[in-house]
Design a protein around this ligand. Structure first.
Ligand code: COA
Ligand code: MG
Length: 297
């Protein structure tokens, strides 16, 4: 599956913001039923999203994901029942404590798919897997939980701060406090251990283009393949940062050419640096990504 570079959140009760979907440039949008929607508007948001999905069946760019309400609200099942018939591209599940929570939502999807005669298992799930105090302790369990719908893992710093009574999560220079760095790194490792996409959390200061660019480039260097966005102006920057740059693609091609010129070699020299099998694998991944994004034939 092609990595989803950008996921743009759209409050599910805002007709005006929903109207921006086609021009937003994101690889995926997330129509939100959770924190962006006040309790009094939940029901209205559900029907707006249902109608929106129904009007778009067959139109699949950008992908349309839905963030449901978490299990402890009692709203989850009705959220799913409202949206599954519209065949969303995936479900974002917030405030999960552990893989069993994802298994529960997966079972709800199973029965809805059967009832509606939809392809079984066709709707993937990405949990926001660090929003409760216990959640980070269970991240490693995703890799062996047998969740066939699991398509990625992402993390949330705002709800985690609230959960642990922290009054902030980043220092003045933009660095995450240690607890948040820990949750972030564990999410990254858990995603790769599970063979799914690692999605970086959002950059809340939506006018801070420089901070967004800097932190997105770092996230990609560290192994994240995409990022959450909350404002349309963040999308182009995120897409750019999570697409291999021309220099990266050139370098990857040079590495592959050096190996091709030395068949059987496990290690070669390139520009005064040792290149071995891990570099070769990374170069292959970058070239495959560049092809998938249409940057190379
Ligand atoms: N999706 C679609 N359109 C959006 C948008 C979004 N997430 N955020 C802003 N827009 C639109 C606005 O409606 C506005 O449209 P207009 O030019 O036709 O008036 C335009 O983009 C510029 O918006 P701007 O004035 O810069 O921002 P704002 O003050 O209206 O909104 C937020 C700021 C944070 C409230 C808004 O970006 C938002 O709702 N983000 C998503 C929040 C969310 O879903 N949170 C849950 C996940 S944590
Ligand atoms: Mg939240």
């Amino acid at each position: 599956m092609l990595p989803i570079r950008s996921f743009l959140f759209i409050p599910g009760d805002s007709e005006k913001k929903l109207s921006k979907v086609d021009d937003c440039g994101a690889d995926a949008v997330i129509l939100d039923l959770e924190d962006a929607v006040a309790p009094a508007n939940k029901v209205a948001a559900r029907s707006l999203i249902t109608q929106f999905l129904m009007e778009r069946t067959g139109l699949r760019s950008p992908q349309i994901w839905v963030r449901i309400n978490p299990l402890d609200t009692g709203l989850t099942e009705a959220d799913l029942a409202a949206v599954v018939g519209g065949r969303p591209d995936g479900i974002i599940q917030p405030k999960t404590d552990r893989p069993a929570d994802v298994a529960l939502v997966s079972a709800m999807l199973d029965s809805l798919e059967v009832d509606l005669a939809l392809p079984l298992g066709g709707i993937p799930i990405i949990p926001v897997a660090t929003e409760t105090a216990i959640a980070p302790f269970h991240l490693g369990e995703y890799a062996t939980a047998g969740l066939s719908r699991l398509a990625g893992l992402t993390w949330g710093a705002e709800d985690l701060a609230t959960a642990i009574g922290a009054t902030g999560n980043r220092a003045a220079d933009g660095q995450w406090y240690f607890t948040f760095q820990l949750a972030r790194s564990l999410t990254l490792l858990a995603a790769h251990a599970s063979g799914v996409q690692a999605i970086e959390t959002l950059h809340a200061d939506f006018r801070d283009d420089e901070g967004l660019r800097h932190s997105s480039l770092l996230a990609r260097q560290e192994g994240f393949s995409g990022r959450l966005a909350i404002h349309p102006a963040q999308v182009a920057i995120i897409n750019e940062c999570f697409t291999p740059s021309p220099a990266e693609v050139d370098h990857a091609q040079e590495i592959l050419a050096a190996f091709a010129a030395n068949p059987g070699a496990g290690t070669v020299g390139l520009g005064g640096k040792m290149i071995d099998i891990p570099h070769r694998k990374q170069a292959e991944r970058i070239v495959a990504e560049a092809k998938a994004f249409g940057l190379l034939k």
